[in-house]
Design a protein around this ligand. Sequence first.
Ligand code: FES
Ligand SMILES: [Fe+2]
Length: 345
Amino acid sequence: MSFVRNAWYVAGWARDIDRSLAKRTILGDELVVFRKENGDPAALRDLCPHRSLPLSLGRLKGDAVQCGYHGLTFDCSGACISVPGQETIPPNARVRSYPVAERMGMIWVWMGPADLADPADIYDLPQYHHPDWGVGHGDALHVEANYLLLTDNLCDPAHVNYVHPTTLGDPDGEAAGIDVEQRDGCVTTIRWTPDSEPVGFFKAFGNFPGKVDRWQYYHMHVPSIAIIDFGSAAAGAGAMDGNRDDCIQTYSCHFMTPVDKATTIDYWLHVRNFAPGDDSVTDGISEQFRIAFAEDKIILQAVQKSEQRYGVDGRAGIDIDAGPGLFRHLVNKALRAENRAEAAE
Ligand code: FES
Ligand SMILES: [Fe+2]
């Protein structure tokens, strides 16, 4: 199985990348990620071209990485700038350097050909930067499952009633219908649960005296970014017609980085339209999400194991598979386009 390479993937939380040499595996490539003296992030292939020691076992010398075996030293462009004991530098003493950028508290790496990298393509959520909205940077959740099982799950608002009964789901929602829309490399799966009891999340943060209209808009972007618009307003107050003046709304954001074909890291964060400066609210939301995402992890790892053991042929299909199916179609389209471009070169 191949991955979409012409994309920006998260290599780590900005808070975790510093002046040490951090090893990261992304799409099967091993990278060493660090910060330059001026604070800018940098990423090189984690492999010395001399005798194959991972560069992450070496040391930083200013902005250059010195290999820990015989001291070959590479600048951030991947060029060898020093070979101890000799004047000449072999022309193939060079490592791949990856375009890298910092956005929304994360370090992003472009995994395709460097000349196609444009930092303007990095996903950005406007509310993240808005002073009326509060932000919580969550965890890096390791899931032993292929990333497409995670993207299936994030095109699937129906699972919350069964997987997350105490936080995000409720039995009233069982019969609520699902709509699917598609636009520019994004599949949006929509579910409204009108006139229902607030679910655990909105009981904790909403103070709604009665029933609510609850929405879930799951925006799943190729190849692996999910932005979940999740909210509630007093039942009948017009939220379903677009009036969100008096509502509790969160964006739960998942930036998923495939490590290899059976492992994915989900960097998640959340953005909310209430109590923007209140750290106890930030922590409370993170705690609810931590419970929910641990529930997803159990399900997805179990599905991964079953798929490996039994394959996927002959499985039953139901209506709610439309969103995940459409998203996989978009990923396949992106993969085919990359393969065609590669073949043409
Ligand atoms: S293996 Fe890196 S310098 Fe020899
Ligand atoms: Fe879930």
